[in-house]
Design a protein around this ligand. Sequence first.
Ligand SMILES: *Cc1c(COP(=O)(O)O)cnc(C)c1O
Length: 351
Amino acid sequence: MLRWAEVHLDRLLSNYKEVKNLAGRKGVYAVVKANAYGHGSVAVSKFLQERTDVYGFAVATYKEGQELFDSGIRKPILVMSSTVEEGREYLRELPLLPVVYDFKELSLVKELSLPFHVKVDTGMGRLGFLKKEWDDLLLELKGSKVAGVMSHLCCADEDKEFSLFQAKEFERFVKAVKAFKPKIEVHLENSAAVALSLNSLLTHVRVGLSLYGSLPFKGYPAKLRQVMEVKAKVLSVKELPPNYPVSYGGTYRTRKREKVAVVSFGYADGYPRELSNSGKVYLNGNFYKVRGRVCMDMLIVSADRKVKKGDVATLFGTVNTFDEVADSLGTIPYELMCRISQRVERVYLGL
Ligand SMILES: *Cc1c(COP(=O)(O)O)cnc(C)c1O
């Protein structure tokens, strides 16, 4: 194998326990959309179902939900960002829970007489019923099979005050629903917000990022370990003459005779091309800089005597963490995890 992603399930378990500890009595919906942020949604979900008290799972699409059900997941599965129209075929056979966020969706789930969760917009400006619609919504919800209410925070990782405002807005809606559905599920918090204790009415949390070991913000009160380590082998090592171009465009030129190593991992695997001439990989205990442009299937790094063909480079791991690399690129760890492509085989360790 020339490129692979190790998924350390022992770390997932330990992160789960940390998050559960923050969640307290609340049930945990593990967010496993986008192939569990690149970790493999089936393996991750089966592991959590077998080894923890996880309450349920949350995905983005019906197809993602189907994959979980077909692999033996028998806990609630929330489908957070699709349409009932899209889900009709799936919903005929599978116990997936649609998230309803407008009146069109609501009338369709009511027609099909399906249980669902309803989402209100308290300040995210994405999916969900706006406050001015709540009166009409509440009338429609009476006598429906609504099983949960939810909202989503826009700034849980950076603005506690606004999160508290959103929680307060949400509370009003929740209280109105509880007047006729006292036992309903109530969830608002993502990974960042689990640390904020926003509201006593909440019964569940929806966490993704922290399970995978990234810190939602600096000082997050949990000991997390990055679950995924992305590795690739050195295909070739050679010494180039001085002033020799390296990779497309010759954007790096050797200054003297320089050794370089070609690593079998490129932007098609999920290594950001933005790291051309600036990234570094970890090899035999040292960091080596990326030289020239990152290619589709390969990248080139500086090398020395110690680097040999067949050596294993760490692109992302407990060094070069997703958090660190994301920071250096001005992006977020979520994006880097999701970008690790299908071609990179997932290897499950620490069972
Ligand atoms: C992705 C998502 C989450 C999980 O967020 P994390 O920051 O990864 O914990 C929770 N709720 C909704 C609606 C989401 O889309």
